[in-house]
Design a protein around this ligand. Structure first.
Ligand code: SP5
Ligand code: ZN
Length: 391
């Protein structure tokens, strides 16, 4: 082993230029139209910061349909792919004058009373079939970007899996995966996904999310050689979609630290500590809900707990649902985590010392967003280098 720590390898970042085509333009909250804060500029500032910090850039491949259907229902995928075209054909941009797909009626379980929902004839009714809020609008380029984001998550997962399990099994080197990381370096990649994904469930979308990029990455890691994957979600909001997707599975651990939904925060109806998994997934779900004004101390104690439990679970691969909206500057959450706190978060996550895919989730304060993501990734690389050096 080297005596002096190697300078840690900058984590490669994967993105798809098609992320640019998504413009939700607005959100409707309590019937009031507001600008949507999940804007393209988020990707621009993160990408600029990562390039400045020397992270190699990789262009994502397009995803194949089967990879999306591994965690989502065919109905949801078909809906997202086709509903905006149907909206335009239906004339809604002219009458009533709305060019984004906006739902108004939601066929909830309570409404249906156990009956299957009929396929609604009206496109404006179908708009609410898979959607659970009024803030996640669909525009002309939304599906392109959603596919691109999923592609970025899959490409990052494939790079990591190739280096971790395929090349090491064959003893080969020089393939795309192993070329990225030298011998002894723990493979880690970051997917600059937009739109984000952790609020999207198997059969429903909302919370600015359409398909669950982190879940898609985790599933791919399982298929490519990981035996037990941990998804650790450090976005300020509970990763409710990810939780639902894996709730009954014992091969994927989901842990999330977030602002307490019981104190009135999105996603309101889930994210509580008593949600611990079901059936063979019993014990494989961990929610840590924090009071609104929590800062670094409480936050890092929670992250330590997530890392500890994922270790006890026996994870041999990690997916980080990397939202940075817990930052004190962020307008979307009351948490008060500092930039140093996010770097320390990265060190703890990287310290697991296992192959890792980080997937971008939330983070909305444009002046600090790039630095926050870049510092968290630097922490991850540092934590992994330390773990590798002492193993
Ligand atoms: C990925 C992610 O961070 N999604 C966050 C979704 C949370 N949206 C909650 C919105 C709550 C209402 N906010 C009021 C906005 C008033 N314009
Ligand atoms: Zn969030």
């Amino acid at each position: 082993m080297d005596q002096s720590p190697e300078p840690s390898t900058p984590i490669p970042f994967v993105w798809h230029p098609r992320t640019r085509r998504h413009d939700p333009s607005a959100e409707f909250w309590l019937g009031v139209r507001a600008p949507n804060s999940e804007v393209l500029e988020r990707v621009n500032v993160i990408r600029a910061a990562l390039i400045r910090a020397g992270h190699p850039e990789v262009t994502a491949s397009d995803p194949d349909l089967d990879s999306l259907l591994a965690v989502h229902s065919p109905g949801l995928v078909e809906h997202l792919r086709t509903i905006h075209d149907a909206w335009v054909v239906g004339g809604y941009p002219d009458d009533p004058g709305q060019d984004r797909v906006v739902p108004y009626v939601f066929p909830t379980e309570g409404m249906l009373g156990g009956l299957p929902a009929h396929r609604a004839a009206a496109v404006h009714a179908r708009a609410g079939q898979y959607c659970y809020d009024t803030m996640t609008l669909i525009g002309p380029g939304t599906w392109d970007a959603v596919e691109g984001a999923a592609g970025a998550a899959l490409t990052a997962a494939d790079m990591v899996a190739q280096a971790a399990w395929v090349d090491s099994a064959s003893g080969s080197s020089g393939t795309a995966g192993s070329a990225m990381w030298g011998p002894g370096v723990i493979p880690m990649a970051y997917a600059l996904c937009r739109p984000p994904g952790h609020h999207a469930a198997r059969d429903a979308f909302g919370g600015s999310c359409y398909l669950n990029n982190a879940a898609i990455a985790a599933q791919r890691l399982r298929e490519q050689g990981a035996r037990r994957v941990a998804i650790l979600d450090v976005d300020a909001h509970h990763g409710n979609g990810t939780q639902t997707i894996f709730y009954g599975r014992g091969d994927v651990f989901c842990g999330s630290v977030h602002v307490d939904p019981g104190a009135g925060w999105f996603p309101h109806f889930m994210g509580f500590a008593d949600e611990t998994g079901r059936g063979s997934g019993s014990g494989a779900n961990l929610n840590i809900a924090l009071p609104g004004r929590s800062g670094d101390d409480r936050w890092l104690t929670a992250v330590e707990q997530l890392v500890h439990d994922a270790g006890v679970f026996g994870a041999d691969a990690l997916v980080v649902a990397l939202g940075v909206d817990a930052a004190v500057e962020d307008p979307k959450s009351p948490l008060r985590v500092t930039r140093d706190g996010l770097r320390a978060t990265g060190i703890l996550l990287g310290g697991m010392g296992i192959p890792t895919v980080a997937v971008q989730e939330g983070g909305y304060h444009l002046p600090t967003l790039g630095g926050l993501v870049s510092d968290c990734l630097a922490g991850m690389a540092e934590g992994a280098a330390r773990a590798a050096g002492t193993s």
